[in-house]
Design a protein around this ligand. Structure first.
Ligand SMILES: Cc1cc2nc3c(=O)[nH]c(=O)nc-3n(C[C@H](O)[C@H](O)[C@H](O)COP(=O)(O)OP(=O)(O)OC[C@H]3O[C@@H](n4cnc5c(N)ncnc54)[C@H](O)[C@@H]3O)c2cc1C
Length: 351
């Protein structure tokens, strides 16, 4: 069974789809249209970027191969947390203190952006604020507090500690021996949030087409032309936000992107997604990969900073993409922007 077939099975009848208000179906692309930016992918990265760009006054067309949010963005765990999928210590080790501080700060900024969007666009997505990180043994509690001390030394961010005798104030269970909490984090219904973003993007003028897989792109007249089965978009800039699925729909496009592997610990699906992101790529072309699995970490070491001639500095995705605009790599002098789920637009320059 192919990746897309397996994914289609996973996508059927999710809890989130059963409990989110419907979003009216958006027609496939027919014929020729033009825009300032064409975005490929209607997950959180694509929709966040579309909304950001439209709010800055750009004309945006977004192409989604299936329905908005049918992939991970509409059926993930809904946890909106500080930090990356991997420990910040790994980032520090591999990129240095300054970059690790920036990454952490972006993840905190991302949480604020998420809340701002929910409020500004009145997105009813069952937001529950607050996050406890609890230890199941005294030794683990000490390890957690040591981790928090190291984080504070690095970033100045002091996460509130929960002492052993305070645990019951937070959770009525005898199993835990202390921990940390972060009121900035929280939980939401991912599909309700995504559909709220889509409504906001449409209200801001974004033209969205579902069931419109982008099949390829060619440079044209200082811009790009992106083709689907029944039409094409001409735009000044192209933004790829197709995640691991891009490879399945448009292998040639996927080769233009930068792989990023982020896996939640113990999650086969996430690791599989990470593998898909890497699958088929010539690894020497991947400038930046972040991940949790042993094999991925090995790949990080092998590929870090291998340059594609890309000009903008890349800092990686965070809180798994929730509420976050994408990080962008821009080819100097060309129109290609490569994007994946990350914090915010970096290096995007208005023309
Ligand atoms: C099991 C699981 C649990 C997770 N839990 C959490 C969590 O609790 N908290 C958290 O923050 N993150 C979580 N994540 C991660 C999070 O869901 C992803 O990081 C995020 O959704 C990625 O968003 P995206 O827009 O980059 O990609 P996607 O959601 O994969 O969206 C990409 C979209 O692009 C479309 N596409 C691809 N190619 C084309 C093409 N050629 N033409 C048109 N469209 C195309 C696809 O159809 C798809 O809709 C989880 C992920 C998984 C797998």
């Amino acid at each position: 069974m192919s990746f897309l077939q397996r994914d289609a099975v996973l996508a059927q009848g999710s809890y989130y789809a059963a409990t989110a208000p419907e979003l009216a179906s958006l027609p496939p692309l027919q014929g020729a249209v033009s825009a300032d930016v064409v975005i490929v992918g209607g997950g959180l990265a694509g929709l966040s970027a579309a909304l950001d760009l439209a709010e800055r006054g750009h004309q945006v067309v977004l192409l989604e191969a299936q329905t908005l949010g049918h992939a991970a963005s509409g059926r993930n765990g809904g946890h909106a947390l500080h930090g990356l999928a991997c420990d910040i210590a790994l980032v520090q080790q591999q990129l240095g203190d300054e970059a690790a501080r920036s990454v952490w700060a972006m993840t905190i900024e991302a949480l604020a952006l998420l809340r701002t969007r929910i409020e500004r666009h009145h997105i009813d997505c069952d937001w529950q604020g607050g996050y406890l990180n609890l230890a199941t043994s005294p030794a683990k509690a000490h390890a957690l507090w040591e981790w928090a001390d190291a984080l504070e030394r690095l970033t100045g961010d002091a996460l509130p500690r929960i002492a052993t005798d305070e645990v019951r104030q937070w959770i009525a269970s005898p199993r835990f021996h202390g921990g940390l909490r972060d009121p900035r984090c929280g939980h939401l219904h991912p599909l309700k949030y995504l559909r709220g973003l889509a409504r906001a993007a449409r209200a801001a003028g974004v033209q969205i087409h579902e069931y419109s897989p982008a099949l390829g792109w060619v440079p044209q007249g200082g811009g790009v032309r992106v083709s689907t089965a029944r039409g094409h978009v001409r735009a000044g800039q192209l933004l790829l936000a197709g995640s691991g699925h891009l490879h399945a729909y448009a292998p040639a496009m996927a080769h233009a992107t930068v792989g990023i592997a982020m896996g939640a610990a113990g999650s086969d699906v996430a690791l599989e997604t990470a593998d898909v992101a890497l699958m088929g790529d010539d690894l020497t072309r991947l400038p930046f990969v972040i991940g949790l699995s042993r094999s991925t970490n090995r790949i990080i070491r092998q590929n870090l900073y291998v340059s594609l001639g890309v000009v903008a500095v890349l800092l990686p995705a965070t809180i798994f993409g929730l509420g976050i605009g994408p990080a962008v790599l821009a080819h100097e002098g060309s129109t290609l922007i490569v994007v994946f789920n990350a914090l915010r637009l970096l290096g995007y320059r208005d023309r």
